[in-house]
Design a protein. Sequence first.
Length: 171
Amino acid sequence: MNKFESTLEHWIFHSRWLLAPFFIGLLLAIVALLVKFVKALWALAFSVTHLTGEALIVEILSLVDATLIASLLLIIAFSGYENFVSKIGTGDHEDRPAWMGRVGFSDLKIKLMGAIVAISAVELLKAFINVADMTWQQLAWKVGIHITFVVSGVLFAITDRLTENRAGGGH
């Protein structure tokens, strides 16, 4: 039975590599987002003189939104890979992000919620700029969803803090 248990644990341990394609898929999603970003930037560059101030701000906020999503995908891919698959061997490379190797699963959840709240805030700002094109019901839904994300993020942070304090002996 010991040989069976050892073999089973070996297979379970190595099964973590089944997650690697998911993280590669997230990096490919960044490439797809980059293509969309470049197309939007190109369109903005050639239509900037024809846009109203509000329309220009909305287009720029769309670029910010895409950037936030790409950054979020990168954080999830890097930290997820390092937490669940294998350490990324960059050594002491000068361009290694400071957060790499330090973002645990709990930190990842908080960063994810923070990014979702930021993305939601950008979408809400775009809605407020185009408020004339929206019904009050649509706007209320957007505000409600944003508040839900904010409250969820705060609750995640409180839960993690309580768990951290309990695990650390209450200090």
